[in-house]
Design a protein around this ligand. Structure first.
Ligand code: NOJ
Length: 630
């Protein structure tokens, strides 16, 4: 009997990651520059576990900076929710070991930019979305007495190096749509590293639109050009504005930022984003970018279309809403709501890179909807084991919530008050983050529903010979039979509870699903090994069950145009085929390739184009993202 229970040691993990093409070591600057410029399109982020921090509410590492330039904006009693409470960059640095221990591999921090220094109806810009200067840092977030110019401060560099030393990444929250609202008679006063360059009320150079606030959220014109809640909205057709914002963001990237979360992407025209993403990724090809397309939902094809047309990933509000409805709000559709979202993955080119979450700073925390810790546990397990990149809102692991006014903004931003590494959720996230890094079925693979009712959800993740089976029951205890788990026969221990399960003949019979108890069974198969690994994704091909997509080409790894020896990809969803092709002999060489489809009747259909060409890196991983040509 085979037993699939324990994890590998750290050194095995590093070896497994290296074998799988995940970067484990530091590349020399020269190598990095060559490599990135010539060969890579995007960094691989799918095995990450993101943690989203509201900087002011996480940890006060340096109390001498708390009053900032205007002491009236600070509330030392932490009773006035609209004021600053003291969190800062030194405070985050102090907690990096805590985050690392939990399995967090990337942090997304609320915007650091210098903000307007005044109150608007008792509210300061503690959130970071009312920017005054995109090249300066909010002085309250730095160590005391630091110069807050991005070019001079050091706390930010210490944060970056602290993260990178621990193998963690930094995602910066940026805003391109607007600067600040009217705060005591000033609006949209914008500075370039301390020099005034635009002012909404004296807009001589047309940096802003001067339209009223949005009233009809279905009207495309209003969404793009009117003001969101009175925020001074940039006029992106002004080239000076575009140069300013791109230069500012590039300067942050140059300091070592690994990823960007972009605010309010729905409110700017797509051509702006296409130019912006193109320029940013030319400047730093390895940056991972995702946007907030407010209330994105694949049932309305606009948001997937936006992601496909810009190449940026987006926050998966559709899945978030379904999880909250099913698990926190007791919607009678239950798990069907969640499966309905997964069924729409075909609308995205990159469903496996969507950012998944269960709550954030703009909605009540999950526990304000439902304080049941076991249901929260299932919700977290769901995003940690299904497609996409999970993002945990700060404090979730400590069951942090304040339910005043239903937990709505600002009560969804309490001060973090505990750092307990023994909570069940802290430990779950630790185990599941490790599992995500080790088992490519979770981060890269396809998902098959195995059993579903409103209360019970069982699914399998699969990639090559790796498998991860997940089961959850939000209702009363029940027993089910699963006839075809697609798991190898053997004995499995649940990753979280250590409960034992026997798979025989591929079946899990008399599977007892205890109320609100998670079950996760994992089998990690062989990893792809090669000097250079191409992560190949093909979109836009329609296939029938049983058909296979292959990559054929002029090199040995692709069969030297012998179609019988072409490299087979794996089905991920109706719009996506994926595979990792290991190159050894052809690493460092130029190759030609194309895709073909083996039909069920053994007929072969080549794509209708001349060969594609690629110069392969000497080593490392590269991403190909192609669209089938009919
Ligand atoms: C979305 C952010 O998440 C939210 O918190 C902010 O207020 C608005 N965008 C405006 O920037």
């Amino acid at each position: 009997m085979v037993s699939y229970s324990s994890y590998r040691s750290e050194s095995e993990e590093v070896a497994a990651k290296a074998a799988a093409g995940f970067h484990t070591d530091t590349v020399t600057p020269e190598k990095d520059a060559d490599f990135e410029f010539l060969f890579t399109r995007a960094i691989e982020f799918r095995q990450e576990t993101i943690y989203f921090i509201i900087v002011d509410r996480f940890n006060d590492g340096d109390s001498s900076n708390n009053e900032g330039p205007n002491p009236q904006l600070y509330d030392s009693t932490r009773q006035q929710w609209g004021k600053y409470w003291g969190g800062d960059i030194p405070g985050i640095i102090d907690k990096l070991d805590y985050l690392k221990a939990m399995g967090v591999t990337a942090i997304w921090i609320s915007p650091l930019f210098e903000q307007v220094e005044d109150l608007q109806f008792e509210n300061a810009a503690m959130h970071g979305y009312w920017t005054k200067d995109f090249k300066r840092i909010n002085p309250r977030f730095l160590a005391a007495d630091e110069d807050n110019s991005l070019f001079k401060c050091t706390a930010f560099d210490r944060l970056i190096s602290g993260l990178h030393q621990r193998g963690m990444k930094l995602i910066l929250d940026i805003v391109c749509n607007h600067s600040s609202p009217d705060v005591n008679g000033n609006k949209g006063k914008l500075y370039d590293d301390g020099v005034l360059i635009a002012d909404y009320y004296n807009d001589v150079n047309n940096w802003y639109y001067h339209n009223p606030p949005i009233t009809d959220w279905e009207d495309e014109e209003q969404l793009l050009y009117y003001e969101m809640a009175g925020l001074a909205t940039f006029n992106e057709s002004n080239i000076n504005y575009r140069n300013y914002i791109k230069t500012a963001i590039e300067q942050w990237l140059d300091r070592g930022v690994d990823g960007l979360r972009i605010d309010t992407v729905k409110h700017m025209p797509i051509w702006f984003w296409q130019e912006f993403i193109g320029d940013i990724q030319t400047h730093k090809p390895s940056v991972f970018i995702f946007g907030e397309w407010g209330f994105s939902n694949p049932h309305d094809t606009k948001s997937p279309q936006f992601a496909n047309d810009t190449g940026m990933s987006i926050l998966d509000f559709g899945l978030c809403g379904a999880i909250r409805a099913a698990l926190a709000q007791g919607d009678e559709g239950g798990f069907h709501l969640i499966q309905n979202i997964f069924d729409c993955d075909r609308f995205y080119n990159n469903a496996t890179e969507l950012i998944t979450f269960i709550d954030n700073h703009d909605m009540p925390r999950f526990q304000s909807l439902n304080p049941d810790r076991d249901l929260l546990r299932l919700a977290v397990m769901l995003i940690m084991t299904s497609r996409g990149i999970p993002c945990i809102y700060y404090g979730t692991e400590q069951y942090l919530h304040n339910d005043t006014n239903g937990g709505n903004d600002p009560y969804n931003r309490p001060m973090m008050d505990k750092w307990d590494t023994d909570t069940q959720l802290f430990q779950d996230i630790q185990l599941l983050s490790k599992l995500r890094r080790l088992n490519p079925a979770i981060s890269l693979g396809s998902q098959v529903e195995k059993y579903i009712t409103p209360d019970v959800f069982c699914y399998l993740r699969r990639y090559r010979d790796s498998r991860c089976f997940v089961a959850m029951n939000k209702g009363n205890q029940t027993t089910i039979d699963l006839e075809n788990t697609e798991l190898e026969d053997g004995e499995y221990n649940c990753i979280l509870t250590k409960r034992q399960f026997q798979v025989r003949g591929g079946k899990l019979l008399n599977l007892e699903l205890r109320s609100k108890e998670p079950i996760i069974l994992s089998y990690i198969g062989d990893r792809v090994k090669g000097k250079t690994i191409a992560r190949v994704q093909l979109n836009g091909i329609t296939t029938q069950p049983g058909e296979t997509v292959v990559v054929t080409g002029d090199c040995p790894e692709l069969g030297n145009w012998n179609i019988e020896r072409a490299y087979a990809l794996e089905y991920i969803n109706p719009n996506t085929w994926f595979g990792e092709i290991p190159f050894v002999e052809s690493a460092g060489r130029a190759i030609a390739y194309k895709y073909a489809l083996w039909r069920n009747n053994n007929a072969l259909l080549y794509e209708n184009s001349s060969s594609r060409r690629w110069i392969l890196a000497e080593q490392g991983t590269v991403k190909w993202q192609d669209v089938w040509k009919n």
